[in-house]
Design a binder for this molecule. Structure first.
Ligand code: SF4
Length: 214
């Protein structure tokens, strides 16, 4: 078994694997199907989640190796489960960017949008200080469909409206790019999801079934 990857490359990005924990159990999540592997990277953190210092050290090792256009907080898992580490690392990246330590790059979060419920507060102002872009997996046009598809833990059963509000707050906070997505061929109505997303002022993205990774 390969050593767990704290950071890994995908397309033009360097991705950060903060946690495998997630309050959802989406019908389309690939982490179980792909046995915690993502294109040859072992994303299983079964032996422990990385500290902020370990993430920073992994980035310092990886970033000089090859060009990249963005650094993405992703997973297999929900990054806002580790908000303090996320904010610290993003702030560090922002500092490196201000010093032109690397060519210009964007800092993005991929999230299921439940961060406000997970952290029991509005986390958007803190995120907006350190991120350029947020991709939110919305995946449904209404609460009933959302519950059926993302199968949230009991305390998040009523979370759909909070996810929609999270998207709206991100737009209002002035993040450069706010995208909310729907996975195709799951039973959701992509056109109706798009309507919800654009009514929040965000961009809509239809993801292919096997492109799910957050
Ligand atoms: S697809 Fe994302 S939100 Fe859904 S269970 Fe997997 S990690 Fe969680």
């Amino acid at each position: 078994m390969k050593t767990p990857a704290i950071v890994y490359r995908f397309q033009d990005g360097v991705y950060i694997n903060l946690t495998n924990r997630c309050p959802n159990l989406c019908t389309f999540c690939i982490k179980t199907k792909w046995k915690m592997d993502f294109h040859g990277n072992n994303l299983s953190l079964a032996t422990g989640e990385p500290s902020a210092a370990e993430v920073v050290a992994a980035l310092e090792k990886e970033l000089p190796k090859a060009p990249f256009k963005e650094v993405v907080f992703c997973g297999y898992g929900e990054p806002t489960m580790r908000l303090d580490v996320l904010l610290f690392v993003a702030q560090t990246l922002k500092g490196w960017r201000a010093q032109s330590k690397y060519p210009p790059f964007a800092i993005r979060l991929n999230t299921n949008g439940l961060g406000n419920l997970i952290n029991h507060k509005n986390i958007v102002p803190e995120l907006a200080q350190v991120l350029d872009a947020i991709n939110v997996s919305l995946n449904a046009q209404d609460e009933q469909t959302w519950r059926k598809l993302v199968r949230p833990e009991t305390e998040y059963q009523d979370g759909y409206e909070s996810v929609v509000e999270f998207i709206r707050l991100c737009v209002q906070a002035g993040l450069k790019k706010v995208v909310a997505s729907c996975v195709d061929q799951t039973g959701a109505d992509p056109k109706a999801v798009e309507k919800v997303v654009t009514s929040c002022g965000a961009q809509f993205y239809l993801r292919s079934f096997l492109d799910v990774q957050d």
